[in-house]
Write a protein that binds this ligand. Structure first.
Ligand SMILES: Nc1ncnc2c1ncn2[C@@H]1O[C@H](COP(=O)(O)OP(=O)(O)OP(=O)(O)O)[C@@H](O)[C@H]1O
Length: 256
């Protein structure tokens, strides 16, 4: 963490949070602070509670015990400052919509009123497409894009509300290793002005990007990236996982 982040206000502050849907406890006694300007990875096994944690930070779910604050306020009062890319976009890739329209959909929602999109909104959407490197695709149908490009469109959609905090649920799910470097650069660029929390199953992908890894498996433990060893990984994933190496080129099909 840089000195700036150490002294900056918390973007997310969670105190003694516990949560269950109807059955067993999903998250237990979670305390966590993410400072403005940080980029953290949220990792853990399937069903460990990562998406649930993001939904609590968004205010889509309410904690049974404890408290969540985003920029010092309850999440719903900070909605305008949060951009969210969900794990499963409900967008049918075959729905006949352009890339630009998809990004503009980010302006619809609880904090932005319905109505025709004006020039200002369209300019903003083009600016965000420029930021993710897809401005030349703006008028193409969404279904003409690759999975990785669609992923970037969804990031532009999350950015078009001009948030201060960006939550990304599995942004790397459709990426192959060839575009990984490009994606790292994009996230670093975004993190110059925004706090970023990204859920990933891929520790190898996220570890060069972040200083801290938030491990979620009912309880939450935060580790500096430098501490992520084989032993820590098997504690998080119960030994079913190894860290994929990303520091050599496997584009030629070599096992990696
Ligand atoms: N709406 C819901 N109602 C009831 N149980 C749910 C609901 N959503 C999630 N769960 C349960 O809560 C637990 C945590 O789910 P969650 O999606 O948060 O895990 P995750 O760590 O994001 O998993 P994955 O890596 O598979 O995406 C799981 O056991 C899941 O079945």
């Amino acid at each position: 963490m840089t000195r700036l982040e150490e002294n900056s206000e918390p973007a997310i502050e969670i105190r003694r949070l516990s949560f269950r849907y109807q059955g067993p406890t999903i998250l237990q006694n979670v305390s966590l602070t993410i400072r403005s300007g940080e980029m953290v990875a949220i990792v853990g096994p399937n069903g460990g509670g990562k998406t649930t944690l993001l939904k609590l930070i968004l205010g889509l779910l309410r904690a049974e015990h404890g408290e969540v604050q985003v920029f010092g306020r309850p999440p719903r009062r900070s909605w305008a400052q949060i951009g969210y890319m969900p794990q499963h976009s409900h967008l049918d890739p075959d729905f006949p919509v352009t890339v630009l329209d998809t990004v503009l959909m980010g302006r619809l929602g609880p904090t932005h009123r319905f109505g025709p999109m004006g020039r200002k909104e369209r300019e903003l959407a083009m600016e965000k497409l420029e930021q993710v490197g897809l401005v030349d695709k703006a008028h193409q149908p969404l279904n003409a894009l690759s999975g990785g490009q669609r992923q970037r469109v969804l990031i532009a959609r999350a950015l078009v509300t001009e948030p201060r905090l960006l939550l990304l649920d599995e942004p790397t799910a459709n990426l192959d290793l060839r575009v990984e470097n490009e994606f790292h650069q994009l996230l670093r660029k975004i993190n110059r002005t925004l706090t970023v929390a990204l859920v990933s199953h891929d520790l190898g992908f996220v570890s060069p990007l972040v200083d801290r890894v938030v491990c979620v498996n009912r309880e939450v433990r935060v580790h500096p990236t430098s501490e992520i060893t084989g032993e820590v990984i098997s504690k998080i994933y119960g030994g079913d996982m190894c860290m994929v190496r990303h520091d050599h080129d496997c584009a030629g099909g070599a096992p990696c």
